[in-house]
Design a protein around this ligand. Structure first.
Ligand SMILES: [Zn+2]
Length: 462
């Protein structure tokens, strides 16, 4: 049987899905991290060359544990940020005053820890932010202009409400969510933080709640080790000074954080527009400046079983010396189903031969040039077909799989009305259910798995 792909060798299919899921095609669609991060309206982390890390503590103060935590951090000459709840601050004003007196930062985590939803009114959101601010100021403590919504729930309405009151939303690094509130065990908290610590991380802990006893114990292991690795414990405001310059409205709202310092890549003041195109067939990476080919580099890409993520992405993180195996520089992409990026290698002979785990690998001295050149937000297109090369059978897909092929199937299910929510490249329960419904309606074997007959039915193969 002859099989050809109906779609050409482009990333267009996945791009369509990305566009609809980021809400550019309709006002009602929820907006993604990328949207808010690009605009500087929500902060998850602040990539920096400094070995700085921001430890943050939610839901306090707690009259016993909060001072224990503050004392531990203080003993390393460090500072932390406490996202306090207004009602609790009113109950334990001395604890809050003591924190502030020791140089820690007090930020806003709402008045009563009300969970917002899509239906929460602006007035409710603003009241929660305002009452916390007024309560803390009434006990004589200055509140930093950072608001962390309860549960981390965010939406355009929360962003706008916070902005009106002079606040920027600060969440936490996705790889630094310790989930200490559910008491996962001291070792789990320690491993989460130490296993993932990178420059500019914002770590999420809780100083009040069931797991807080474990948090105090975990810090006894976390702090000395991070200190040994050379990390400095800074407040969110200190970390925000390392933010790369963007023209987004949040720079104005950043207020007390002072002027954002520019990354080296921003030296030309954004005079040029850069774009990157990666061509896996030719193993090369091309940089375009203002639409003209500017530089071209040889690269190595993913093995067939761990393919490079085909699609239109953006650079969202930049790190120096991120970890062993990644060479001297890391430029991370906003691929929703995993950690992918462009990085260097300490084994230069592997370029063009030795395959990576899906990342784009370059010579260190090449990736160092890219690092200087390309600001966060630079578009990166990885050319190719999400289902692999035309002469290959597409792989079967089942729950637990991830990749550009999953995203393509999701986009088809979605346009056929079977899938709601984002096309995130993760074959989750939601996708499996949608596939089952599709299979039922189209008289296919109902197994929730994507096989050749499903690819045919979805019009992805003929
Ligand atoms: Zn909370």
């Amino acid at each position: 049987m002859k099989r050809t792909w109906r779609l050409g060798l482009t990333a267009a299919a996945t791009a369509v899905c990305l566009l609809t899921s980021t809400g550019l095609s309709g006002e009602t669609k929820p907006k993604t991290r990328e949207y808010f991060e690009d605009r500087g309206e929500i902060v998850w982390e602040v990539p920096t060359e400094e070995k700085w890390i921001a430890l943050t503590f939610d839901d306090g103060p707690d009259p016993v544990r909060t001072p224990q935590i503050a004392e531990q951090i203080g003993s390393y000459d460090g500072k932390a940020t406490f996202f306090v709840i207004g009602d609790r601050a009113a109950q334990y004003p001395d604890t809050v005053r003591r924190l502030a007196g020791e140089g820690h930062e007090i930020a806003n985590h709402s008045g009563k820890h009300t969970y917002f939803s899509d239906r929460t009114a602006e007035k409710t959101i603003e009241d929660e932010i305002r009452t916390a601010k007024e309560t803390i100021e009434a006990i004589g403590v200055r509140v930093a202009p950072w608001f962390r919504p309860p549960g981390g729930y965010y939406s355009e309405r929360v962003v706008e409400s916070a902005k009106r009151l002079g606040y920027t939303l600060v969440l936490w690094s996705w790889h630094q969510d310790t989930k200490d509130w559910r008491a996962p065990g001291v070792a789990a908290i320690v491993n989460k933080v130490l296993g993932n610590a990178r420059n500019g991380d914002i770590v999420l802990f809780h100083d009040y709640g069931d797991g807080a006893g474990q948090t105090v114990e975990a810090l006894k292991q976390i702090l000395p080790e991070l200190n040994r690795r050379g990390f400095k414990f800074v407040t969110v405001s200190e970390l925000m000074q390392k933010r790369s310059r963007k023209d987004g409205p949040a720079d104005k709202a950043g207020g007390d954080a002072g002027p954002a310092s520019a990354l080296p890549s921003d030296k030309d003041g954004g005079k040029h527009d850069y774009a990157v195109v990666i061509d896996p067939l030719r193993n090369r990476l091309s940089v375009y400046r203002d639409g003209q080919l500017y530089k071209r580099y040889p690269i190595a890409l993913g093995k067939p079983e761990t393919p490079t993520p085909v699609g239109d992405w953006r650079i969202v993180t930049k790190y120096k010396n991120w970890g062993s195996g990644f060479g001297s520089r890391w430029l991370g992409l906003n691929v929703p189903w995993g950690t992918f990026g462009i990085h260097g290698t300490n084994r230069p002979h592997s370029i063009g031969s030795d395959a990576s785990h899906g990342c784009v690998r370059m010579l260190n001295f090449h990736v160092e040039q890219l690092f200087e050149l390309l600001p966060i937000g630079t578009p990166v297109t990885i050319v190719g077909h999400p289902l692999g090369e035309p002469h290959q059978e597409p792989r079967g897909l089942a729950k637990g799989d991830s990749g550009a092929d999953v995203m393509l199937v999701q986009s088809r299910l979605r346009s056929a009305g079977y899938l709601k929510g984002p096309c995130n490249g993760k074959f989750d329960a939601r996708t499996e259910q949608a596939m089952r419904r599709y299979e039922t309606d189209h008289k296919l074997p109902v197994d929730g798995v994507v096989n050749a007959h499903d690819y045919f039915a979805l019009g992805l193969m003929d």
